[in-house]
Design a protein around this ligand. Structure first.
Ligand SMILES: [Fe+2]
Ligand SMILES: [Fe+2]
Length: 254
């Protein structure tokens, strides 16, 4: 189902959350529209390409997509990119670290002149007059990883950070009870987020930003300043990654 969670007349943010095929991990795709132009975030794999194109088309002709942004290199983020290169003229924004892998899941001739390499320090892009900030979030969870801050809706799109895997009988769009929600994101973050130090650096970087909501690639969003701060604080104090693996003496031959 498409959910429009921001609309001020000129600027709109839409979330698609039920397009993943059977057996695939649930993923959210986000469309940000400013005036006549749009930006698509983490469009996902091949299986959902036709349905995503159909859904996007009900808000904006896909040819009006100015940017397609991939937060990192995972298949659930951009394996279906080739299709979008064929039907749009959108620029692909991709962390520079992963650039050399783009031809592995796209036809190289399609990508020439179309890829905007995001440097390690991040960058800012202009969406038809609206500023969008591409923020470095390396190792959260991928070695080259960016997050996207939409300055108009004040939404921080965090990719896999904040991801939750909700059970089929308890799907919800926004987190209302943070404590009850923890069970759906703790396991993933403990294993996929590699370093407590990195988590703290990230929390320090964004703590004073004006963020109205946090929108991850999987599961529910964190809405409102209090919930956003609660989430950032949780990340800052997360026990995860390397520390846990070392504690468990993982590295022993089977
Ligand atoms: Fe990922
Ligand atoms: Fe993901």
């Amino acid at each position: 189902m498409a959910t429009e969670f921001f609309n001020n007349g000129e600027h709109r943010c839409i979330r698609f959350d039920d397009l993943s095929g059977e057996g695939e991990v649930q993923a959210n795709q986000y469309l940000v529209i400013h005036g006549e132009k749009g930006m698509l975030l983490d469009p996902g794999g091949n299986k959902l390409f036709p349905s995503l194109v159909a859904e996007v088309s009900s808000f904006l002709p896909p040819q009006k997509l100015e940017y397609i942004i991939l937060s990192h290199q995972d298949p659930d983020v951009g394996a279906g990119l080739n299709g979008f290169l064929l039907i749009t003229d959108a620029k692909i924004c991709f962390p520079s670290l992963w650039l050399r892998f783009v031809p592995s899941f796209c036809t190289k001739s399609f990508t020439e002149g179309r890829v905007l390499s995001i440097p390690d320090g991040g960058t800012r892009v202009d969406l038809n007059g609206a500023e969008v900030v591409l923020i470095p979030a390396h190792f959260l969870h991928s070695a080259g990883n960016i997050q996207v801050y939409d300055t108009v809706s004040k939404t921080l799109f965090t990719g896999d950070l904040g991801a939750s895997l909700l059970p089929p009988d308890n799907q919800y769009h926004t987190v209302t009870d943070f404590e009850a929600h923890l069970q759906y994101m703790e396991g993933f973050h403990r294993r996929y987020m590699p370093s407590e130090k990195i988590c703290r650096q990230w929390a320090r970087m964004i703590w004073h930003m004006d963020i109205e909501r946090i929108a991850p690639q999987h599961g529910a969003m964190f809405e409102g300043e209090a919930m956003v701060k609660r989430f950032i604080d949780w990340v800052a104090n997360l026990r995860c990654g390397v520390s846990l693996l070392l504690d468990q003496e993982t590295y022993q031959l089977p």
